[in-house]
Design a protein. Structure first.
Length: 372
């Protein structure tokens, strides 16, 4: 066993519940709790990101399908979250392992001060030997500030706490070139070094998980990309076999592993890349794209061809090429109305146009994160 590490484990609704009824799969949950408690005894720091609140709430209320409206989802989540935590608390308590409930919304990570506070809270809980159990605050979150799925949430938590590993436990044993449940020719994929391999391998990914869940393989790959950019090794493996986590830590080639990027973002750039919600887009000319992506330069007004959206100074924006492909994102020094006036203009002309001296750069390179 390697030295103590920080592990984030995400388990999906498809693993936590029975496919036919939506009731809890108690044997799987018990095995997961036993495995995580054992990892804690070995000295690892463990965070669990658990889906299931909406699915369990549906079962508790006798609903035959997942609700479609936001209000109903939030009400059902409120019913299911209490039940889910009760089950976890009973099982972890039987093994003398303290837990904590942490409910997050995207807004907790948008503001820098709240992002730092969330980091400190997690670090203190881990220092106390607690297993934080994380879920999105479905009862209160609105669409504009939702993570969208717990795969994304788990990757952002792994990035936030600077985890060593992210385990995405799902209903297949690894990533395949196609869905093995419907395509007998699907080929297993054990290791992804770079994400452009997925295109080379012609990987087909569904955008929908189980009837009770919100994720599919596409969200897991997106989560792996977020985690890899933060320097976190990610594994997709079977949720019904939680003991695989320990085997993988011991070096067994189970599941699909995504290599962390060799130069991960620092803390501030992780926040910019994954914590902030872009409020608009800037379309850049080819010279500006080259300058920021290859030369590592700041973005100047002269390189902006088009401004989309309404935003203020210090908001996050996407930086796109002429075709609309996002090449980076960052924090702007000007509002959208100001940029409409100075786009395509050299920096020394800005005071004359605006009537005051502003920043020389539109997005400084310290506040700019490239897509990988």
């Amino acid at each position: 066993m390697k030295a103590a590490q920080t592990l984030v484990i995400k388990i999906g609704t498809s693993s936590l519940t029975q496919a036919d009824s939506g009731y809890l799969a108690l044997s799987t949950i018990a095995a997961l709790v036993e495995m995580l408690s054992q990892l804690r005894r070995q000295g690892h720091q463990v965070i669990l990101v658990s889906s299931g609140a909406v699915g369990i709430g549906c079962a508790r209320l006798g609903m035959s399908e997942r609700p479609r409206t936001i209000a109903m989802k939030q009400a059902v989540a409120a019913v299911g979250q209490g039940r889910l935590m009760r089950v976890y608390d009973d099982l972890f308590t039987s093994l003398q392992q303290p837990i904590a409930q942490v409910l997050l919304t995207r807004s907790d990570l948008v503001q820098r001060s709240r992002y730092v506070n969330a980091y400190r809270t997690f670090r203190q809980l881990l220092k106390l030997g607690v297993v934080p159990i994380v879920n999105e605050n479905d009862t209160l979150a609105v669409d504009e500030l939702k993570f969208g799925d717990n795969d994304t949430l788990s990757a952002m938590v792994a990035s936030l706490v600077e985890a060593d590993w992210l385990f995405l436990l799902t209903d297949v044993d690894r990533l395949y070139s196609a869905d093995p449940r419907s395509n007998p020719d699907a080929k297993p994929i054990s290791l992804i070094d770079k994400f452009d391999q997925l295109e080379a391998l012609n990987v087909e990914v569904g955008d929908r998980g189980s009837a009770w869940g919100t994720g599919g393989m596409v969200t897991k790959i997106a989560a792996a990309r977020i985690a890899a950019n933060a320097g976190v090794r990610t594994v997709i493996t079977e949720g019904r076999s939680p003991h695989n986590i320990e085997k993988i830590l011991q070096g067994e080639a189970l599941g699909t592993q995504f290599q962390p990027q060799p130069q991960p973002f620092n803390a501030r750039k992780r926040w910019i890349a994954h914590g902030l919600v872009p409020a608009g887009k800037l379309y850049l000319d080819p010279g500006a794209v080259t300058a920021i992506s290859q030369a590592g330069k700041s973005l100047l007004a002269a390189g902006i061809a088009e401004v989309e959206g309404e935003f203020q100074s210090q908001d996050a924006v996407q930086l796109c090429d002429r075709s609309g492909q996002e090449v980076a994102r960052g924090i702007v020094n000007y509002s959208s109305s100001e940029l409409q006036k100075i786009r395509g203009v050299h920096s020394d002309k800005i005071p004359e146009i605006l009537g005051y001296s502003g920043a020389e750069t539109v997005v400084h390179r310290d506040n700019l994160v490239l897509n990988t």
